[in-house]
Design a protein around this ligand. Structure first.
Ligand SMILES: [Zn+2]
Ligand SMILES: [Zn+2]
Length: 128
């Protein structure tokens, strides 16, 4: 097991799940819940405020991503989805893929959290 993103071609997660009705519905529900909790919406990496349209949701775990009876299902736990700008999301995946320890980490959530802390620190560090 590794945290590497497989290439888009031949990867049903990227070519099918991310464009499925189930994921779009799940994604909308995630943002509604955040709004109901009255949490200010911001990118978890750079900390900048953003709108749902400006954010992607990163999967800390793919446990809820299921393909059953020919249909995709999105049963992710709320805490396992993390809002990120597309650019910041890409940086997070680069960190996850290129760091030899994180890429081979057996626990995707832990690897993801480590990478996010590192990225957040790098992006929000105050410069003199
Ligand atoms: Zn960001
Ligand atoms: Zn991601």
């Amino acid at each position: 097991m590794s945290n590497r993103r497989r290439p888009a071609r031949g990867n049903p997660y990227r070519t099918e799940f991310l464009t499925s009705v189930a994921w779009h519905t799940r994604r909308a529900r995630w943002f509604r819940r955040e709004a109901a909790l009255q949490r200010p919406l911001r990118c978890a990496a750079c900390g900048t405020g953003a709108t749902p349209a400006e954010l992607e949701l990163h999967h800390r775990s793919y446990a809820g991503v299921l393909y059953q009876d020919g249909v995709w299902r999105a049963f992710e736990r709320h805490v396992d989805l993390t809002p990120l700008h597309p650019y910041c999301h890409e940086l997070l995946h680069r960190l996850l893929e290129r760091d030899t320890v994180l890429a081979r980490h057996r626990d995707r959530k832990a690897a993801s959290d480590h990478a996010l802390i590192r990225l957040h620190t790098a992006l929000t560090r105050e410069r003199p």
